[in-house]
Design a protein around this ligand. Sequence first.
Ligand code: F6R
Length: 369
Amino acid sequence: EKDGYDYFMLKEIAEQPKAVADTLLGRIDAQGALHLDEVRIPAAVLREVTKVVVVACGTAYHAGMIAKYAIEHWTRIPCETELASEFRYRDPILDQRTLVIAISQSGETMDTLMALRHAREQGAKVLAICNTNGSTIPRESDAVLYTHAGPEVAVASTKAFLTQLVACYLVALYLGQVRGTKWGDEINSVVGELAHIGTEVDTVLGTMEPVRELARSLADKDTVLFLGRHVGFPVALEGALKLKELAYMHAEGFAAGELKHGPIALIEPDLPVVVVVPSPRGRSVLHDKIVSNIQEIRARGARTIVVAEEGDEAVVPYADHLIRVPATPTLLQPLVATVPLQVFACELATARGNEVDQPRNLAKSVTVE
Ligand code: F6R
């Protein structure tokens, strides 16, 4: 059932173009309007929402961090993303006008389940974004948007993550459409781009050989750092998490702007640092700042591994290794930028002789708090 792949993880990485297309299936019509009929929360209720809170764990939490950028930008509703395991213990402020989004691949994660139970007890509406039909989290939620990624067998989450992102974008864009914001035109154009994002993911998958080669060359390293900004920050965290769980290496993700507030002290000659670079179009200020960060760490001898959009020439002089991804709207970049980091971690794990599909100490669904 691995379809000729050595590991389920490789198969699931390869399935991502289809998985994201399946998440979109039937949800965007020919006019670019979103149809999320499964979101049984009436439009009238969604128009009254004053706050969105996203709860999730691990990789799903990283999807939730990205959702925050999308929701706040396209809907102008304040949004916070919180680790499900922390959520109820801080007595969060929730009411009938709070929309809680619980993201979970398995639908059985106890931390996330306890968070959503707590939210519903306070009167909040809960929307689950989930991959497993009929699992506990959707059963206990007011509504569910299934990601339709198909079964994910490898413990490390890959296609579930990309489809969680697509589902989060759909919710953010839908909320924007339902409520009407000044970003109407942008929303329409992003919906158009989203509709063929599977092709972009496929393009990335076709260019991964140099990434695998690079990963193999780093098999004896102890540490890899990941930097990003804006939606690239959660991508950096996700790249680091994949490396920890699969390669058992010390890996950390930082917001690039935080570098100067401490982590830059970690930079030493030959340390591999992966940098996720935002598009030079759109948020170009951030792009220029991250290029300075790359220069700074390279001046201290780091080995820079730069993930940058096609056509971004400014990064070329400072990249020891350059990984190209197709140009996308800023907020959608995680869908293409995460893929090389998954491949990187998988190949490093293999090179280090680790069991890719079943990393030590981990279980696919975590049903204890
Ligand atoms: C990482 C990973 C975990 C899960 C987390 C939440 O690759 O798989 O971090 O993302 O345990 O699981 P779900 O999404 O099933 O709630």
